[in-house]
Design a protein around this ligand. Structure first.
Ligand SMILES: [Zn+2]
Length: 285
């Protein structure tokens, strides 16, 4: 269970382009997602202040052994697909996982012969990764650590970018710390199409997971942001699907995950099913 905390909110301009005008898109409880009038970015506005967010994430990840195991099982197939993808493009080297959580992806990559390190802001996740899995994990946020330039062959982030107040600054930092020819792998949800569809058929839901998610990226928007940050090339994939513990979510993930993968392959890797989570690779060039 998440801790009940007071969240201090602030009104912001578009985190991608700085535009102040927006139109209302969806509401979840007291929170609203809006769409930038200029670049069409979908973001939470008002949103929690940075200080509130740091506090909020101390209670965000599950607690207790069975919850940690369930979390590992939920992510395992996505991690394995990502690991295979990285191995396909890169022959070992240094890998940094941002928002490393408990460290399961880092463990997988370490076993495959990579030199790994992580970044994490949740104290309990940090403690687990360091003490139980014996991994090197730095206390984030990333931008505050100041890694040397061109230090990593691969930087990864699973379900991280939608939580960040300044996504472009984050991507620029990833670009800076990657070696020339380095690879960025991001996994992100794409919720808005499903949200709109469910509202259309009269189904209320809290799929945006507000206020944890500060934005909702489409593949086009991710590509725009990667370009802004300096990346030269990018490639999108479906990259598998998660296995949540709750039966309803599990079935939805299975159905949409398989449908997305099938459409992606039948269309010669052209159709990225709207609403399903996606994996994107950014190449530093
Ligand atoms: Zn904008």
């Amino acid at each position: 269970m998440r801790e009940k905390i007071d969240i201090e909110m602030e009104k912001i301009s578009c985190p991608v382009c700085g535009e102040v005008e927006y139109r209302f898109l969806h509401r979840e409880g007291e929170f609203q997602m809006v769409k930038c009038s200029s670049c069409q970015f979908i973001y939470l506005n008002p949103r929690p202040t940075n200080k509130s967010l740091l506090h909020f994430y101390q209670g965000y990840l599950p607690e207790g052994e069975s919850s940690v195991d369930a979390w590992q099982r939920m992510m395992q197939s996505v991690f394995q697909k990502a690991a295979n993808l990285i191995d396909h493009y890169k022959k070992r080297g240094r890998l940094l996982d941002i928002g490393a959580g408990f460290g399961f992806f880092l463990s997988e990559m370490k076993e495959r012969g990579w030199e790994v390190a992580g970044v994490e802001i949740s104290q309990k996740a940090l403690a687990y990764a360091r003490d139980v899995l014996r991994l090197t994990v730095h206390e984030g946020p990333l931008e505050k650590i100041g890694f040397p330039e061109s230090g990593f062959d691969v930087v990864s982030g699973f379900y991280v970018i939608e939580h960040l107040p300044q996504p472009i600054e984050f991507l620029k930092e990833c670009y800076r710390i990657l070696k020339p020819g380095g690879l960025l792998l991001l996994r992100y949800p794409h919720t808005s199409p499903i949200k709109s569809f469910l509202r259309f058929i009269g189904f209320e839901n809290r799929l945006y997971d507000l206020p944890a998610h500060l934005s909702d990226f489409s593949p086009e928007m991710i590509q725009q942001c990667l370009k802004k940050a300096g990346f030269k090339e990018w490639k999108h994939l479906i990259g598998g699907y998660t296995h949540p513990r709750e039966p309803g979510k599990k079935i939805a993930s299975f159905v949409f995950g398989n449908l997305s993968e099938t459409l992606f392959h039948l269309s010669d890797q052209k159709i990225l099913f709207p609403g399903a989570s996606k994996t994107v690779l950014g190449f530093k060039g």
